[in-house]
Design a protein around this ligand. Structure first.
Ligand code: BGC
Length: 756
């Protein structure tokens, strides 16, 4: 390993300033004099988009395996599989000369309207963090870096380069940051990419709290922070905030601004040196991995087929699936022959090959007769003739398979969705076909939830096939014919209506601001708390077999927060086919001093079972599984008390549970202050000790003053209720004439006794 410190000391100011802004669209600045090579980065996240000309941003890229977008990856709930996919991505990056792959993206799906949700994992930070950590570990195990993005609160595409996300501290800590935190701590990504948007008034690229205090100091991130492409506005401010590398380049005036700032004393050269050190460390780490060679095209295609089959989610099935060799099949929908396997934007991959869903179906269907109709036009027009043709084909068949893809004009990076609907023609098509052919299966391709109430009743089955990657066509056929038993589970809630979604009244913002008014309550946290029934809940996904849960055990019924607790449950395959089940563990805090969502995912495991087989699933729950972020204490806090551990096959299908008692080891300072209410004084253990005698005396005096213990006094209110919710200093102020000292002095004296 290079002596980075010595290199930094040998570099001129000009060389250092040049190093912290890119030399091209995809590379850093080399310094030949000192043997500092360039670093090549490429998108990302689910394939390698290696553009041959490093000065071209959006040019066609070299062929690479197009794996699945994160929406499907998250639905696998399979850490090992994502690790394997990460390794395959790294092998391709090496062959294509890439040092850092720009991904994965772990922003939360705050609303299904976000056009870029297909690139994000989940509405749940634990699930997103766990899976992305596996992917990062897989990539980096082969000596290729990753870029965890887009840090932070990049949850919409509308005005993404300037919108100010206004997020309260608890929502930030409990919902929007934990996936980043988990990946940083667990998988140590080489780089983190800052988001375009502002967070609470400051561009993420210039946010000292995000980039330095939280990421580098609190979480211990040792890699480099790179800007999203074009996210930097003020290069000097960004450096001071902790943004190490600006991309893309070249931008000579930025370099000059850094030189000028150091010379004028505005920028401490030590700040620049630290950014240079971080950049060099990654440049040399990447250079340690020899590049070139080839990759296993066929092997990676086969892996992509496996991943696709694991992440597709069988949403509805009245028993029609798996198909039992129908002889006449109507194959309806353009997506059967023009597969929808990825999304639009920076993640767009030039695939090595693409499987046709139609051809793959034919391969599974043997000598059955397949009749194809496009069903809907390629553009946004309405064409009744295509529907009529499909109806005729469906009537003549034993079963109709409808391959429906949400077009890119409705969903992509760069803009948000206007609604959650399929196109008008697609809805009319499904309705018309299912009216004449009840044996009708809808296969969906989309990056986030769609609504279905206009047509779901009429169809026999729905398979969510997402943006399925280049080998997805075969995976669909495998699932339809039961060659693979579906095991994907939703990583996001599917609502009945757009108006039911959590951020509905706070999206996409106005006047340059979007207020995250729903706070902690996104995804199932919201649907649970509001008791709004979704179309399909978080964690839902059907199988061709059945599973039973039994024999729940905990390692201790009472435990200390720092020790955590381990939960075990037996899962049995009670059906006739082999299959996989995703066991989900949600934690419910029975009582908390602050509001908490009714339950939160804190553990999961995917287990494969033969018919009749039983396996024990063991899930550890640590301090953080029980903690919440306390804005008063500015730290993760646990409180003594009972917690329910809910074990489910989905968030709405809890099969077993256990209750455990947590003992907090925290010694927290009292938060009592001059404004604390009487209730807060009585509920604080130290406060109560000094205040109680005084309180009794105060209440007696007040009763006497109001004429002999009349609770309502003369103004028709419950005086005790009123007193409890009022700051002590104000209550005392009302009766200051009877007090030995001014109200403020009495409270100050009590506070002194509490805080010492
Ligand atoms: C996207 C990033 C991407 C970068 C480089 C940006 O517009 O937001 O995700 O890595 O471009 O293509």
């Amino acid at each position: 390993m290079k002596d980075i410190a010595s290199l930094v000391s040998q570099m001129t100011l000009e060389e250092k300033a040049a190093l912290v802004t890119g030399a091209s669209a995809w590379t850093t600045t080399p310094v030949e004099r000192l043997g500092i090579p360039e670093l090549l980065m490429s998108d990302g996240p689910h394939g390698v988009r290696r553009v041959p000309d490093v000065h071209a941003l959006g040019a066609p890229s070299l062929p690479a395996t197009c794996f699945q977008t994160a929406a499907l990856l998250a639905s696998t709930w399979d850490r090992e599989l994502l690790y394997a996919m990460g390794q395959a991505l790294a092998e391709e990056a090496i062959a294509l000369g890439v040092g850092v792959l720009l991904g994965p993206g772990v922003n939360m799906k705050r609303t299904p309207l976000c056009g870029r949700n297909f690139e994000y994992f989940s509405e749940d930070p634990f699930l997103a963090g766990e899976l992305a950590a596996s992917l990062v570990q897989g990539v980096q195990s082969k000596g290729v870096g990753t870029s965890l993005k887009h840090y932070a609160a990049n949850n919409q595409e509308t005005q993404r380069m300037r919108i100010d996300a206004v997020v309260d501290e608890r929502a930030l800590r409990e919902i929007y940051l934990p996936a980043f935190e988990r990946v940083v701590k667990q998988a140590r990504p080489w780089t983190v990419m800052c988001a375009y948007n502002k967070l609470n008034g400051t561009y993420c690229s210039e946010h000292p709290q995000l980039l330095t205090q939280i990421l580098k100091e609190e979480w211990g991130f040792e890699g480099l922070v790179v800007s999203d492409w074009g996210a930097v506005h003020d290069r000097v401010k960004a450096l001071q905030a902790g943004l190490d590398l600006e991309m893309p380049g070249p931008r000579p005036h930025r370099t000059q601004a850094v030189i000028d700032a150091v010379k004028s004393g505005k920028l401490d050269e030590a700040v620049l040196d630290e950014a240079v050190r971080r950049v060099l460390q990654i440049v040399f780490r990447a250079a340690e991995t020899p590049k070139g060679g080839s990759f296993d095209v066929a092997g990676h295609h086969a892996l992509a087929r496996r991943v696709a089959a694991e992440g597709m989610v069988l949403l509805k099935n009245n028993g029609i699936l798996p198909l039992i060799h129908p002889q006449r099949i109507a194959v309806i929908g353009r997506a059967a022959k023009e597969p929808h396997f990825q999304g639009g934007g920076s993640s767009h991959i030039n695939p090595t090959q693409v499987d046709s869903p139609f051809d793959e179906l034919q391969a599974r269907a043997g000598d059955a007769v397949l009749t194809y109709c496009p069903g809907y036009p390629a553009d946004d027009s309405f064409d009744q003739a295509l529907i009529d043709e499909a109806v005729t084909a469906a009537q003549a068949a034993e079963v109709a398979l409808l391959y429906i893809a949400l077009p890119s004009y409705k969903e992509s990076e760069g803009y948000d969705r206007a609604d959650l609907d399929l196109t008008r023609q697609q809805v009319a098509l499904i309705q018309a076909v299912s009216a004449v052919q009840p044996r009708c299966v809808v296969i969906l391709h989309n990056g986030s939830a769609v609504v279905m109430s206009e047509w779901i009743e009429g169809v026999a089955a729905v398979l969510e096939a997402w943006m399925m990657g280049q080998a997805g066509g075969g995976a669909i056929a495998d699932i339809l014919y039961g060659v693979v038993n579906p095991s994907g589970k939703l990583a996001e809630t599917f609502p009945v209506r757009l108006v039911d979604t959590p951020a509905h009244l706070n999206f996409p913002g106005e006047n340059g601001q979007v207020r995250y008014g729903e706070g902690l309550y996104i995804g199932y946290r919201y649907y649970d708390a509001k008791q709004v029934a979704p179309l399909f809940p978080f964690g839902h996904g059907l199988s061709y077999t059945t599973f039973a849960y039994s024999n729940v055990r905990v390692s201790a019924s009472t435990f200390r927060d720092v020790d955590g607790v381990t939960l075990s449950v037996d899962v049995t395959n009670t059906g006739r086919r082999a299959g996989k089940e995703v066991v989900q563990v949600y934690v419910r805090d029975r009582r908390c001093s602050l509001q908490r969502p009714p339950k939160e995912l804190k553990g999961f495991a995917k287990v494969e079972l033969q018919p009749g087989e039983t396996k024990t699933v063991t899930i550890p729950l640590d301090f953080r599984a029980f903690a919440f972020w306390h804005p008063g204490h500015k730290q993760w806090v646990t409180e003594d008390g009972e917690f329910d551990l809910l074990i489910g096959a989905s968030s709405a299908d809890i099969r077993a549970q256990a209750t455990v008692t947590l003992q907090s080891t925290l010694q927290l300072p009292s938060l009592l202050n001059r404004e604390s209410t009487v209730r807060e004084w009585l509920e604080d253990p130290r406060g109560r000790a000094v205040f109680e005698p005084f309180f009794q005396q105060m209440m007696a005096q007040m009763r006497a003053a109001m004429g002999g213990g009349e609770e309502e006094g003369g103004i028709g209110m419950d005086m005790t209720g009123f007193i409890m919710e009022t700051p002590l200093v104000s209550i005392l102020g009302f009766q200051e004439a009877m007090l030995p000292a001014p109200a403020e002095a009495i409270v100050a004296d009590l506070l002194q006794k509490v805080h010492g």
